[in-house]
Design a protein around this ligand. Structure first.
Ligand code: ADP
Length: 258
């Protein structure tokens, strides 16, 4: 009988027994620490060569773009794209290990939310050409939070919306606020997520399985990092979705995080 499975129909005064399984999780925890340490070490080692590789391919790109060798220009453009993708993955692992070792501190300062969204709009319009980005008007508001980290969360949600929705579809970024908190949401019309996985996607290393997802690269750490950042601000993050129709990821943080 499983723990917690009580027999409510037992006769009054009868003895009750409860059984359960005790499991030593020390080894499991050690394995996890070793795995995380290993990932952190590998990511750290890969970062340096990757950073110089990125600089070299970008230099080559600046020389080849607009030149006569169209094939070489195209090849180098693809190389830059892949190197940037790889460094984003490595940065994800480094952020994860910094976060878990308590090395990431929030830097809370007042900033203008409308200005932040304006910058996100500028950045994403310059880099995302595969989708139509729509930004709802944002009210002026000064909030007290870690601007860089909130910026990271919004970029992550937008980048997921791009990854998990068809080319050419629209992605909508919207903000709302009341006296106590601001809420930011990113909606897409992509593959969506089943109801029973809406909470799991915020777990570390969790990825939804499925044939449509097999070709999309990732390690399932982006949303976990977003959740950690938002909860450290005293906020909350959640997802709503209809499979096949799209998803909406939202987070709310207090106007003034401490
Ligand atoms: P990654 O995208 O690198 O796998 P994330 O932590 O960002 O890691 O996301 C975890 C999982 O949640 C993804 O693998 C995917 O299955 C699902 N997911 C995240 N964002 C979306 C989205 N906008 N639409 C559909 N599924 C999503």
């Amino acid at each position: 009988r499983a723990i917690g499975d009580f027999d409510r129909k037992r006769a009054p005064g009868a003895k009750q027994f409860m059984t359960g399984i005790l499991m030593d999780v020390t080894e499991q925890k050690n394995d996890e620490f070793r795995k995380n340490d290993f990932i952190a070490m590998v990511s750290h080692e890969l970062k340096t060569p990757l950073t110089s590789m990125k600089a070299f391919v970008q230099l080559a790109q600046s020389r080849l773009t607009g030149g006569r060798d169209v094939t070489a220009a195209l090849a180098i453009e693809k190389a830059v794209h892949q190197v940037v993708k790889m460094s984003n993955m490595i940065n994800g692992f480094l952020n994860l290990s910094r976060l878990e070792s308590g090395k990431i501190q929030l830097n809370i300062e007042p900033f203008n939310l409308a200005k932040l969204i304006e910058n996100v709009e500028k950045d994403t319009r310059a880099t995302i050409v595969s989708h139509t980005l729509l930004f709802a008007p944002v009210e002026q508001a000064v909030i007290h939070a870690d601007e860089d980290k909130i910026n990271h969360v919004i970029h992550n949600l937008i980048s997921n919306a791009v990854k998990y929705s068809p080319q050419g579809s629209s992605i909508m970024v919207a903000c709302s606020k009341d006296e106590t908190e601001v809420c930011i949401s990113v909606s897409d019309s992509g593959i969506g997520i089943d109801q029973h996985e809406l909470l799991k996607v915020f777990e570390r290393y969790y990825r939804v399985e499925g044939s449509k997802l097999a070709t999309v690269s990732g390690f399932g750490i982006g949303l976990y990092i977003c959740k950690e950042i938002i909860s450290r601000h005293g906020g909350r993050i959640w997802a709503e979705s209809e499979p096949g129709k799209g998803s909406k990821f939202s987070f709310a943080i207090p106007m003034s995080s401490t």
